[in-house]
Each structure stands twice: as structure tokens, then as C-alpha cells.
Design a protein around this ligand. Structure first.
Ligand SMILES: CC1=C(CCC(=O)O)c2cc3nc(cc4[nH]c(cc5[nH]c(cc1n2)c(C)c5CCC(=O)O)c(CCC(=O)O)c4C)C(CCC(=O)O)=C3C
Ligand SMILES: [Fe+2]
Length: 320
């Protein structure tokens, strides 16, 4: 498999017990100007699930599925919680790894979904003597393996709706909202986050066959209220939608982590019940066999051209 002697799975990280939650959140929002009230609100989402995010288990499951399909050792490091990238790189150096491919659990371009991972890998490498080189694998939002997994999972969600509503159900694709300023500077020419999401959503809708209507909306908005983020929010959209039933498709994520299980399965699902809207939620790619196979396929591709330094620039840092 080319020039790599290891695969490094790079993810967001999440807390696994109640005492982890606040330190984890402080890692995530350091220097980002997120209001304290928002942080306490999100803390409550985690504590409602016993202080335990499902994301780390999902990384372990993905790695367990990928490991037998590749011929290099697989490592795992997170940006915001244990196992931290820095500790993993130290272990890789000790094991003699020289050049690793990084598979990031985020498919799209933008500061938060791409550049921040690149920067955090660079910071972690700088802290580790003899750290291996790390080559980030390419964006895979339009990879047939990712699309096929989402088509299958969307079909399963459609089939779970009452038969009478199935044919006319609308697909509502969701992704993490980001600040409008970040969206405007995503990718080499700006606007790449939303443009890529629209391409993937269109490919999933087409993969289902027929002429089903769909929308792309946003979830999990953070930040101070006066800063514009991508809209509409999924819940506002559901209140106004003219459709007999809806399938939510969290195309912006690759596993059913806390943003999915809280913002969609609790918040959006409660709203749908309240307004009498039949709603199903498609599973994310997770460990779908085509998604798992995709990781090996990316590893076997020629080395990707790295993103230009001007691509997906960091937003200004704030204090607090
Ligand atoms: C684009 C994007 C993705 C998708 C790409 C990717 O997957 O990376 C993503 C994923 C995730 N976001 C996650 C959690 C959080 N994101 C936050 C805050 C923020 N997200 C942002 C963007 C994104 N986030 C932004 C612009 C902020 C504002 C602060 C900042 O500018 O950085 C906060 C702070 C509290 C709050 O929500 O206000 C939390 C807790 C989890 C873990 C879930 C779990 O634990 O299971 C995951 C996978
Ligand atoms: Fe986030």
C-alpha cells in the first residue's frame, strides 16, 4: 500500500464519564468565544447521556472493521480528548513509524472540518521528537463508498416510516452549522463546505432512484447569537416544512455521535412528535461495509496533493 507504514485515524474525541465533560468542552472551545451559557447547555446534553459520548466507541468500531482490510498497523488519535494525537504520535515514533496516512472522521472542507485537523496534527507532531510524517488522505464526501453507505441507510429509514407516507416523504439532509464567515472561506475558492454537502446530498437522493424532494439544513449551531451561522436550523425547517413525513439524513457526519443523538434524536424528534410530523433518522456511515472498504481504497490511492496553505483559513482567535 504505497508509501505509508501506518494508518492514523484522527477524530474529534468525546468524554466517556461525567467528570470528563467540562474539561473536554473547555478543550473544544478554547479561544473560540463560545458563551458560557451555551457551554452549560451542551454540558447538560452530555450529562443526560451519563457524561458519555458515543464517538470513541464508534472510532474503535471503525478501526476494528478497517484493521483486517489494510496491511499496515492502525493508530488512533483525537483532537479534543484521550487518546490525544500527541500521545499517539509518541507511541508511533516509539514503534518506528516513519510515514503515516491520516484518515480524518470528517469528509468536507472548511476550517472546522479540515484545516483544524491539519493544524492539530502539526502541533502534535511539533511536540514529539522523531514524530512520523503524517499525510492527510483526501476529502471523501463524494467517494462512492460514503455515498453508497448513506443511500443504504436512507433507504432503511424510509422503510421504517408508515407505508402510507413513504413515497412522499421528504429527505432533510443535515450538517453542522458553521459561521457564515467560515463557510465563505471554505476550500480553495470559498463556499466549498456547502457546495460539497449539496453534491453529496444530490448523489444520495439520486442513488435512491425516483424524484424525491430534498433540502439541506443545519444543526448544532454554537457561537454568540450576534455572529451569523449557516441557516436554517433543522428544527425551524421542520416547523415550516410542507411534507407528509421526513427522513433526516445527517450527511455532515460519519458516525452517530452526540451531535446526532442529541440534536436530532432528542431535539428534532421531540419537535416532530409535538407537531405530529412522522420522522425517521438515517444512520450515519458508521461501519457500513462500503464505508469501511473506502478507507482501504483511499490508502491505496496515489498520495494526495496537500491543501494550499490559504485554503480554509482559521477564524480570528478570541480570548476566554
Ligand atoms: C463542521 C463541524 C463538525 C463536523 C466535522 C467534524 O466531525 O469534525 C463538527 C463535529 C463535531 N462537533 C462536536 C462537538 C462540539 N462542537 C462544538 C463547537 C463547534 N463545532 C463546530 C463545527 C463542527 N463540529 C464549530 C464551528 C464550533 C464552534 C467552536 C469552534 O469554532 O470550534 C462544541 C462546543 C459546544 C457547542 O456546541 O457550542 C462541541 C461539544 C463533535 C463531538 C460529538 C461527540 O462528543 O459525540 C463532533 C464530531
Ligand atoms: Fe462541533
Amino acid at each position: 500500500m504505497g508509501t505509508y507504514d501506518a494508518l492514523l485515524v484522527v477524530s474529534f474525541g468525546g468524554p466517556e464519564k461525567p467528570d470528563d465533560v467540562m474539561p473536554f468542552l473547555e478543550n473544544v472551545v478554547r479561544g473560540r468565544g463560545i458563551p458560557r451559557e451555551r457551554l452549560l447547555e451542551v454540558e447538560a446534553h452530555y450529562q443526560r447521556f451519563g457524561g458519555h459520548s458515543p464517538i470513541n466507541r464508534q472510532c474503535r468500531d471503525l478501526i476494528a472493521a478497517v484493521e483486517p482490510t489494510v496491511d499496515v498497523p492502525v493508530y488512533w488519535g483525537n483532537r479534543n480528548w484521550h487518546p490525544y494525537l500527541e500521545d499517539t504520535l509518541r507511541q508511533m515514533a516509539a514503534d518506528g513509524v516513519r510515514r503515516a496516512a491520516a484518515f480524518v472522521t470528517s469528509a468536507y472542507s472548511s476550517y472546522s472540518s479540515c484545516r483544524q485537523y491539519i493544524d492539530d496534527i502539526a502541533l502534535a507532531r511539533a511536540a514529539v521528537e522523531g514524530a512520523p510524517e503524517v499525510v492527510k488522505l483526501r476529502h471523501y464526501f463524494d467517494h462512492p463508498g460514503f455515498v453508497a453507505a448513506m443511500v443504504d441507510h436512507t433507504r432503511e429509514a424510509l422503510e421504517s416510516l408508515p407505508a402510507a407516507h413513504r413515497d412522499a416523504a421528504r429527505l432533510v439532509f443535515t450538517a453542522h452549522s458553521i459561521p457564515v464567515s467560515m463557510a465563505n472561506t471554505a476550500g480553495p475558492a470559498g463556499g466549498a463546505y456547502e457546495a460539497q454537502l449539496r453534491r453529496t446530498a444530490a448523489a444520495v437522493a439520486a442513488g435512491l432512484g425516483g424524484e424525491r424532494g430534498w433540502d439541506l439544513v443545519w444543526q448544532s449551531r454554537s457561537g454568540p447569537p450576534h455572529v451569523p451561522w449557516l441557516e436554517p436550523d433543522v428544527c425551524d425547517h421542520l416547523r415550516e416544512i410542507d411534507a407528509p413525513a421526513v427522513v433526516l439524513v445527517p450527511i455532515g457526519f460519519v458516525s452517530d455521535h452526540m451531535e446526532v443523538v442529541y440534536d436530532l434524536d432528542v431535539e428534532a424528534a421531540d419537535l416532530a412528535k409535538e407537531i405530529g410530523l412522522p420522522l425517521a433518522r438515517a444512520a450515519t456511515a458508521g461501519t457500513h461495509p462500503r464505508f469501511v472498504a473506502m478507507v482501504g481504497e483511499l490508502l491505496a490511492e496515489p498520495e494526495p496533493v496537500p491543501c494550499a496553505a490559504s485554503c480554509c483559513p482559521a477564524p480570528p482567535r478570541r480570548h476566554g
